[in-house]
Design a protein around this ligand. Structure first.
Ligand code: FES
Length: 216
């Protein structure tokens, strides 16, 4: 599948709490999204350089993430700093994971993808207006179909949608050729009543059914 350069939302910020990690995909590539104890987010290839275990199964300690399998520990730059089986070893700088520029804006975690991914632009093209997280929807539908159903995204990477009478912002994540995710936030509604968010969450489910049922 095509992998256009750009910024892509890969999670709701609220879903990645401090000292936790989660696996996701972008264009079929496995990624780990993790947040260190200080709150900074990181997006890496979801693969330990040792024997390939998913780092999303690992443990976050402070500003490091440790692999579940043999405990190799990586710092926030992706450099392996500690190997438990050889605690006195000065770890080679060659042992490092692949990392990607990432940002947290508009309640979403964004990763810069593409051939220029190492040249991180200063800011993801996303407004910084206050938002409330709603939910992430995972669809058995290509990202292009999802984006078309949403009417396309603005220059900030977000589609505007009226959902059950309420405006929402939606970012599309191409998971794989026939799978996508929609990360949905509610603009400027930090005190939205729970019942209202529940109504919107139900509308999200209906939206997913509509898009998955649409003709390819
Ligand atoms: S596979 Fe990760 S430490 Fe061995």
């Amino acid at each position: 599948m095509d992998e256009p350069d750009g910024w892509y939302a890969v999670a709701l910020g609220a879903d990645i709490e401090p000292s936790t990690s989660a696996g996701t995909r972008l264009f079929g590539h496995e990624l780990v999204v993790w947040r260190d104890a200080a709150g900074a987010v990181h997006v890496w290839e979801d693969r330990c350089p040792h024997r390939g275990m998913r780092l999303s199964f690992g443990f976050v300690r402070g500003d490091h993430i440790a692999c579940l399998y043999h405990g190799w520990r990586y710092d926030a730059a992706g450099q392996c700093r500690f190997i438990p089986a050889h605690p006195d070893l000065a770890v080679s700088p060659m042992i490092r994971t692949r990392t990607f520029p990432c940002r947290e804006r508009a309640g979403l975690i964004w990763v810069r993808w593409g051939s220029t991914a190492d040249d991180a632009p200063e800011a993801a093209p996303v407004e910084a207006a206050p938002v409330s997280p709603l939910r992430s929807l995972y669809l058995d539908a290509p990202a292009a179909r999802l984006a078309a159903a949403l009417g396309g995204a603005g220059s900030d990477g977000l589609a505007r949608l009226d959902l059950a009478g309420s405006p929402v912002l939606v970012a599309v994540q191409p998971l794989a050729a026939a799978a996508s995710a929609a990360h949905i936030v509610v603009p400027a509604a930090p005190e939205a009543p729970t019942a209202d968010l529940a109504r919107l969450a139900a509308a999200c489910i209906a939206l997913r059914r509509t898009i998955e049922g649409a003709a390819p």
